[in-house]
Design a protein around this ligand. Structure first.
Ligand code: ATP
Length: 440
């Protein structure tokens, strides 16, 4: 059920939302500015330390029962598995193995380990989820059910238990493919993959737990607060960086194929983490001269690149198109398709772009957002970018890296404009023109 949106989630340290200083400028040459991971990965010492640390396992502990937890947490999921661990043994051997329970390592925390390197057993999963108790369930997707658990070191994890039908050949292949993809990626704004386990007919994926719901839930005010425009721009930048990383900085470019607001999980500080690699696949091998991959159409209605739908040709630009839809969603607060609206407003992107072209962009701004000069200006610029992303032909769309750069500059201008708006308000107030200052 929706709760009324009232207080704004602002990008101010006082409100607990990330501060400007927390953000790291985008540098196209740093493969993901994911600070820690990409940079550290190049450090041989760090690499050795990480691989040593990677063999240390960790036991799973059930979290304190958190009634009402289930719905309080985000939606969407992610997986990935570097080493697809197939554990068919009973697990007691692994539990007591010498590589377990070594908590003095500086890399002891699962968060410090190589993606996918956490070894775990089915018994530990049963313990962590109290035999998959509904109390620990946090979500349900096409592939299975997601539970919250806790490692012995205290790290909260999301545990995805594949449906038994995933053992069917087709679904099983998709599941495996997702895990293989996830095994290759590591970025601050991608949900981190911890490990994978097959045991008899169970398939379990262990991943970073992201505690603050999905972007879609926040746009719907299901968590009570309105996320203000500055935070929305930051979220867009986070997503753009994550997807740029997938397109440009992995060993082989990866196309996510399902960029959408319900696959963007949010941290407590409203940082975005892109999740759900169920449809991800490798992009064409440019070195061999290929320009696209031909594949069946997958994705979510409303976000799907029309050219890909028509030609079955998939490229990175299909993600750019979906990102354009996401930008419109961020500005309007609406879903990409709203069937209950009058016909001309049903396709949100089409409606928004029409209004923008008519010079009337302001009417599409999420009514929950303030109509300040800074917001209006940012809206115009973001719609301009969205329009480019939504170009019918992929050649005309910008790269995801370009989107990130443009958003970064929009964010900078927004900050400056907000400051001058604020100064104007203060000075007007001192002259008695305004009675309300909205800063919390
Ligand atoms: N890493 C995570 N941290 C916190 N919650 C998660 C995590 N992964 C998934 N969830 C929750 O579980 C729900 C189901 O996730 P899942 O990815 O399985 O399904 P989906 O994305 O909704 O659907 P589908 O995979 O079928 O497209 C999510 O909507 C989210 O609420």
């Amino acid at each position: 059920m929706k709760s009324p949106c009232s207080p704004y989630v602002r990008r101010t340290p006082a409100s607990g939302v990330r501060s400007t200083s927390e953000r790291i400028p985008y540098s196209p040459t740093s493969s993901s500015y994911s600070g820690s991971s990409a940079v550290k990965k190049r450090d041989p010492l760090f690499a050795v330390a990480k691989s040593v640390a990677g063999v240390f396992g960790a036991c799973l502990m059930p979290p304190e029962p958190e009634p009402n937890d289930s719905k309080a947490f985000g939606s969407s999921e992610e997986l990935k598995a570097p080493s697809v661990v197939s554990n068919t043994s009973g697990s007691s051997e692994r539990r007591q193995g010498s590589n377990r329970g070594i908590y003095s390592s500086p890399f002891n925390s699962v968060r410090e380990r190589e993606p996918g390197s956490v070894n775990f057993t089915m018994e530990e999963i049963y313990t962590a989820t109290r035999n998959f108790s509904p109390t620990f369930k946090i979500g349900q997707g096409d592939f299975g059910t997601v539970y919250k658990g806790r490692l012995q070191d205290g790290t909260a994890v999301a545990i995805k238990r594949a449906k038994k039908s995933v053992n069917d050949k087709h679904l099983g292949e998709e599941f495996q493919s997702e895990i293989r993809t996830l095994a290759q990626v590591e970025h601050l704004h991608l949900v981190k993959f911890y490990g994978y386990l097959e045991h008899e007919d169970e398939r379990i994926v262990l991943m970073e737990y992201v505690p603050n719901g999905t972007l879609r839930e926040h746009l719907d005010c299901m968590h009570g607060n309105v996320i203000d425009l500055a935070v929305r721009v930051d979220i867009a930048i986070d997503v753009a960086h994550a997807v740029t990383y997938l397109h440009m900085y992995t060993d082989h470019p990866i196309i996510h194929r399902d960029i959408k607001s319900s696959n963007i999980l949010l941290t407590e500080n409203f940082r975005a983490k892109v999740a759900d690699f169920g449809f991800a696949r490798l992009a064409a091998d440019r070195d061999s001269g290929a320009t696209h991959v031909s594949t069946q159409v997958k994705g979510t209605a409303g976000y799907l690149d029309p050219e890909y739908m028509r030609t079955y040709q998939l490229t990175e630009k299909s993600d750019v198109y979906s990102f354009g839809v996401l930008l419109v969603e961020l500005m309007t607060g609406r879903r990409p398709v709203e069937p209950e609206r009058e016909i001309k407003e049903r396709l949100t992107a089409k409606w928004a772009i029409k209004k923008f072209a008519e010079g009337n962009a302001i009417v599409i701004l999420d009514p929950k957002l303030e109509r300040t000069a800074a917001n209006n200006l940012a809206l115009e610029k973001i719609l301009e970018l969205a329009l480019q992303c939504l170009a019918p032909g992929r050649q005309s769309r910008p790269s995801m890296r370009k989107c990130a750069e443009v958003l970064w500059s929009i964010r900078k201008d927004y900050k400056e404009q907000s400051t001058s708006d604020f100064c104007y308000l203060i000075s007007s107030k001192s002259q008695g023109s305004f009675s309300v200052i909205t800063e919390e």
